[in-house]
Design a protein around this ligand. Sequence first.
Ligand SMILES: Cc1cc2nc3c(=O)[nH]c(=O)nc-3n(C[C@H](O)[C@H](O)[C@H](O)COP(=O)(O)OP(=O)(O)OC[C@H]3O[C@@H](n4cnc5c(N)ncnc54)[C@H](O)[C@@H]3O)c2cc1C
Ligand SMILES: O=C(O)[C@@H]1CCCC=N1
Length: 386
Amino acid sequence: MSSEVYDCIVIGAGIQGSCTAYHLAKNNKTTLLLEQFVLPHSRGSSHGQTRIIRKAYEQDFYTHMMEESYELWAQLEKEAGIRLFSRTGLLVMGPEDGKNFQLIKSSLQRNKVPSVELQRHRFSQHIPNVNLAAGDGALVDSTAGVLYADRAVRAAQMIFQARGGIIKDGQKVVHIQPGAVVTVTTGSDMYKARSVVITAGPWASTLLSLTGLELPLRVLINVCYWKEKVPGSYSIRNRFPCFIQLEPKEAEHDIYGLPSNEYPGLMKVCYHMGSETDPDERDGRMDRADVDAVGCYIRRCFPGLVPVPAVVESCLYTITPDRHFVLDRHPAYSNIVIGAGFSGHGFKFSPVVGKVLCELSMGQVPSYDLSPFSIRRFQGHRRSAL
Ligand SMILES: Cc1cc2nc3c(=O)[nH]c(=O)nc-3n(C[C@H](O)[C@H](O)[C@H](O)COP(=O)(O)OP(=O)(O)OC[C@H]3O[C@@H](n4cnc5c(N)ncnc54)[C@H](O)[C@@H]3O)c2cc1C
Ligand SMILES: O=C(O)[C@@H]1CCCC=N1
């Protein structure tokens, strides 16, 4: 057992834990970042090469957080000397009179986010190789683009270590003993800290149960890549945008995609849902019906893609009932801080999430109103009732 008492132990070295550790180190806090797997790994939610970054959201609180998030991404890029972002724009398509399309449209206008509405008769001039569905409107968030996910995790960890932070990987946390000084036990050692941040992604429920807390979180799985019939027709090099299709005819939930980039000739198009899984037994658990629904959508709206997936991968979503994050202190132990339930859209926020989790762990007033992310909102929810 190490005799050192750290200012903070962060449990989980995905993007949220890595960004939290990065902010703690920048605030001169002695910090230990613990990870169950040997790094880098592809068993959680932060691996893979790309994620969408955007300001287009239905809720103003997300758009406001993204204002700072873009600045912090640029700062991390500069500090690490690694390119983390490419601007491509984001095409939002959806029923013109639908609630979510209208909410995004008004939020973009209200928050003065550089954006354009594409008129139907000019749509194909701007966005070739996409069929805009009858009744759908189209908006472009010009600030949006692609984040290079694996590189971003590495960059945050690199700067954390450069500032004196310590990463111990291959150390699964198996016990947490709350107290003014918290004791954290892994398979091979025992560590102490004045505060603990739990950012365990799909394992959040398992970790939180060690502290007597139950949250209504569910773990889902998906990711597919689809082949371009003409290589390059949806590519980042040809400035094809990311997209979100709200309320597609073929599926109950949204479908989204990123331009072809990481695998030449393949475009990532995914279903914003998935089949429920146990994070330790995820392999081969993807629901064929989800892939088929995306295939049908592609056949109708992306005629330049082969509507059969070329690559199927696994990445885990951890969703809350309202799809908003959990950013809060533990209800019983104020020096245990929780970042969880990022519901398949948390990557872009990670520099801001890291900042607020760091503030909470330092006992400071957070920079944002965290009421949409409170644990209190789940009162009355039982996991089994979801
Ligand atoms: C397919 C897919 C597409 C997505 N697309 C987007 C997008 O376009 N834009 C966007 O903004 N977001 C997107 N997201 C969401 C985003 O990637 C996640 O919100 C984010 O990666 C969550 O990070 P995390 O750090 O919470 O979880 P993770 O990356 O899973 O990190 C948690 C870490 O905790 C570790 N851990 C767990 N238990 C223990 C333990 N007992 N001891 C030690 N370590 C432990 C795990 O091993 C893991 O490394 C997407 C997610 C997926 C899966
Ligand atoms: O977070 C994002 O932007 C993507 C696209 C919409 C659904 C989930 N992830």
